[in-house]
Each structure stands twice: as C-alpha cells, then as structure tokens.
Design a protein around this ligand. Structure first.
Ligand code: AMP
Length: 248
C-alpha cells in the first residue's frame, strides 16, 4: 500500500505572528517558516505504518510557493520516499487545496491519505474533510490511534466527550490529532540522503484545477489587548465581587 501525506508550510509555531500594517494579512517576509505541526504528526504516522510493514511507500504532497520544497525535503529527511510539489504563488483556500490533492491522489492511487487536522496559520480545519468529500472516500478526522488491518482502518478519534472508535474502509482520508504520536527529528545522515530523493514539481493548470479564491478577506487584526485584572484582599472580597458580577 502507498500512503500520501499532505504537508503545509506555515509560520513557525515559535514565531510571534505580526499583522501587516494595512490589515490585509500577516507578515510572512523574512519570517521563519516550518512544517505545520499536525502535518509532522501525519508524516510520522505514515512512516510508522510503513516501518511496521503496513505500507511500502510514503509520498509527500505540498501545494504552495517555492519554499514548500524545503518542507517536503524535511519530510523526506524524516524518512518519506518522494515528494510532489504543486507549485503556485496563489493564495490557496482549503477547497482549492482539496481539489489539487484529489488530482494528485487520483494519479498516485494510495490506500491511505493522511493530513493534519488543521493548519496553524489559518486554523481552517477543512481540507481533510473537503478532500474526502471530493474523492467520495471515507474520512476519520482527529485521529489519536490508527490500526490498519487488511482493507480497513480502525481509528480512535478525539471528540468532545472523550474518544470514539470507528472503522473506515480503505482507501480513506485520516486527519491527525495531537496525541497520535511524537514526530521524530531527522538525523544528519537522513538529511543528506533526502537531498537525493526525488521531488516532482507540477503546476495547478497541469492538474486541470481552478484554484481561484471563493472567499474575500475583509480585514485581519490583532486580538484586543487584555485589560489588567484586579487584586482582591481576601476571599470575602472575591466572593462579593463574583456575586456582584452575577457569576455566583
Ligand atoms: P486546514 O484545513 O487549512 O486547517 O489544513 C488541514 C490540513 O490540510 C493540513 O494539516 C495539511 O495536511 C493539509 N493542507 C492544507 N493546506 C495545504 C497545502 N497548501 N498543501 C498541502 N497540504 C495542505
């Protein structure tokens, strides 16, 4: 079985994001970028399935500008076999990404596709679900455990009330939650080996996909600054204040 993993290049989770002065988006020029953390978990899971004998190839797909090649290379250094880079400078909405992934997946014919549950830049949490819909495949989102046996994947999902276990028929789309695994670091020899692994570059047009945006961003702004709290002298004062505020 082949596993396709979709990875997104985002602003590094440790960087303090700054909103552009004109409110049209966030500053990405000269900002450290990295693989979306949920995508790292997706790569790790695909590698573990392969290492356990459940898959024979792990293919990494990313859509985005030139820099996305670096993110694919990071996944190859973790141990993935090859990459596909859908090269575009256009702003990609989840539906466009889902359609691009569908076109690549139809060529690759994997048994399993793993995505992150959400990208930490736009926090959309839509692409996996949309991809399953456009492919007409089963989906198991927010996975904290994946067990493959034959034509089925048993997936434990993180839901509000706790954990839910479902079985999906393969091929299927799975999205990763935080507790699925702890991604490995790439070793130096593997970073060197990854330089020689193939990355195919494709243009969205060549896949016959219209990626024009359907949404208009009206304004991006910083969250309001939190106002300072009030110090109380004792518990009685706290209770009185909570009472006055109608909390108790
Ligand atoms: P989102 O729906 O934007 O929150 O993203 C959820 C997941 O979809 C990410 O963790 C990735 O696995 C995948 N994804 C989103 N955007 C891209 C992209 N441009 N290229 C490849 N995969 C993507």
């Amino acid at each position: 079985m082949k596993i396709v993993v979709a990875v997104k290049r985002v602003i590094d989770a440790n960087v303090k994001v700054r909103v552009k002065a004109d409110g049209t988006g966030v500053e990405t020029a000269n900002v450290k970028m990295a693989m979306n953390p949920f995508c790292e978990i997706a790569v790790e899971e695909a590698l573990r399935i392969k290492e356990a004998g459940g898959a024979d190839e792990v293919v990494i797909v990313s859509a985005g500008p030139q820099g996305a090649t670096e993110t694919i290379r990071t996944a190859l250094a973790m141990g993935a076999d090859r990459g596909v880079h859908v090269l575009t400078d256009a702003v990609l909405e989840p539906l466009a990404v889902a359609k691009l992934l569908k076109a690549v997946i139809e060529k690759e014919a994997p048994g399993l596709v793993i995505l992150g549950k959400q990208a930490i830049d736009d926090d959309c949490n839509q692409t996996g679900q949309m991809l399953a819909a456009v492919l007409g495949w089963a989906q198991a989102t927010f996975a904290s455990k994946i067990e493959i046996s034959g034509e089925t994947a048993a997936v434990t999902r993180e839901i509000d009330g706790g954990l839910e276990k479902i079985a999906v028929k393969l091929p299927a789309v799975v999205t990763t939650d935080l507790r699925l695994n702890e991604p490995r670091y790439a070793s130096l020899p593997n970073i060197m080996k990854a330089k020689k692994k193939p990355i195919e570059t494709i243009a969205p047009d060549a896949l016959g996909v219209d990626i024009s945006p359907r949404l208009t961003v009206l304004k991006v702004e910083e969250p309001p600054k939190r106002s300072a709290g009030v110090k109380v002298e004792n518990a009685a004062e706290l209770v009185a204040k909570l009472h006055d505020a109608g909390v108790i």
